[in-house]
Design a protein around this ligand. Structure first.
Ligand SMILES: [Zn+2]
Length: 402
């Protein structure tokens, strides 16, 4: 049974809705994915709890005016980020290299030395500590999932506020504000960016925001990134539009991390900034959007058949990557017992169970006890490090890019 529904280009209910970025009503229903776990990054302590994890629907709508994609069925009441929320990617060497290169570049580009930096959604604080260390900067991180008890501390002058960033914290002034992988979770992105702009006031604070890139999903079929936690799927166009509309000048707007992310650098509008207009015409996305529903269903069908073929051949299959991509793959495909386990290098995930489908998360070492024939690689960027780790374990499984 597929979880997708036929394309509906003129839903009645869409008439009343507005794009959350530009308020246009030129909305197209693209795809419906029913009853996925609402929190992919919460892993459960038992199989039973994992299988009965709360679920919600994803009804994707595309705005033709600004090139934004969002979940019209999103209900933030179903989501509650707490300390069990685990989305740190910092255990991956590939991701660490990316974050380190980014921090170095931001410090150089904006001369972040002896400055005040705010990070919105600072997670465990790794990136803020890095920025602080590189430039002798002071940092304040905001995150409701921050765990003071697990703070390793350090020499950096970095503090954390265990809360969502909001206008009540406008008193915290900064020379630089960064916010990575938060904006896509927020139901009212215009209000949020407007409040950031208001908090900055007269200062020439530079902001850096990073989000998943919808073009990677639509164009490159990164369909396992469609998750309930994400209300918004930004394109270059909708992201640029959001910041320009809130009174920022867009200083830079680029794809990053193999096209999977978008990064925007912006500063409060003034007449000295060179204008960047490469993001103003979303028409290029239209052909991808028009084909996406069918391409999505074809890819899901292809993997269902492939898994069934491997299962029939008696292959032991595991997934590498217990992040949102792996959890979504398992839930959309409804793989049953064909995938026996999920490998993840993050020790905080190991021993827990995947929301919705109940596979256990195991450490790479555990593969030695029951060697897999096939490893499904959820992110092509990690293929080399997975190959290296399995070779070090004395294993020679077939790696398949999902
Ligand atoms: Zn729009």
């Amino acid at each position: 049974m597929s979880h997708t529904q036929p394309l509906d280009r003129s839903p009645q209910s869409a008439q009343a809705r507005q794009c959350p970025v530009c308020a246009s009503t030129l909305l197209t229903r693209v795809l419906e994915i029913e009853q996925v776990p609402v929190l992919c990054n919460v892993l459960w302590p038992s199989r039973d709890e994992a299988i009965s994890a709360p679920r919600g629907d994803i009804h994707l709508e595309f705005c033709e005016n600004c090139g934004h994609l969002y979940n019209a069925a999103f209900d933030p009441a179903l989501l509650e980020y707490t300390q069990v929320y685990e989305n740190s990617l910092h255990f991956s060497p590939r991701f660490q290299t990316y974050a380190s290169d980014l921090a170095h570049r931001l410090v150089e580009t904006y001369d972040l030395r002896d400055k005040d930096i705010i990070e919105i959604g600072s997670g465990k604080g790794d990136f803020l500590r890095l920025l602080s260390r590189l430039g002798g900067n002071r940092g304040v991180g905001f995150d409701p999932s921050y765990e003071p008890d697990q703070d390793p501390g350090g020499a950096e002058p970095v503090r954390f506020v265990e809360d969502l960033y909001s206008p009540r914290y406008a008193g915290y002034k900064a020379d630089f504000i960064c916010c990575r992988h938060v904006l896509e979770h927020i139901e009212f992105p215009r209000d949020f960016i407007a409040s950031v702009r208001e908090s900055i006031g007269e200062r020439q604070t530079v902001v850096y925001f990073e989000v998943p890139n919808v073009a990677y999903t639509l164009r490159d079929l990164g369909i396992w990134d469609l998750i309930y936690e994400h209300f918004s799927y930004f394109s270059l166009y909708s992201l640029g539009r959001l910041f320009a509309g809130a009174g920022f000048d867009v200083l830079a707007l680029n794809e990053a991390y193999g096209g999977q992310f978008l990064g925007i650098e912006a500063a409060p509008h003034n007449d000295t900034h060179a204008s960047r207009n490469g993001w103003t015409d979303p028409a290029v996305l239209q052909s991808y959007v028009a084909a996406f529903g069918q391409r999505y269903r074809d890819k899901v069908d292809k993997w269902q058949h492939e898994l069934e073929r491997l299962h029939q051949a008696g292959k032991r299959i595991v997934i590498w990557g217990g992040g949102s991509k792996g959890v979504t793959f398992l839930n959309v495909l409804k793989t049953g017992s064909t995938v026996s386990a999920v490998v993840d290098i993050n020790p905080r995930k190991q021993g827990r169970y995947v929301a919705g489908t109940g596979q256990q998360i195991i450490a790479p070492d555990a593969l030695r006890n029951s060697p897999p024939d096939v490893i499904l690689v959820m992110n092509p960027l990690y293929q080399d490090e997975i190959r290296q780790m399995t070779t070090d374990l004395g294993l020679k499984p077939e790696l398949m890019l999902v």
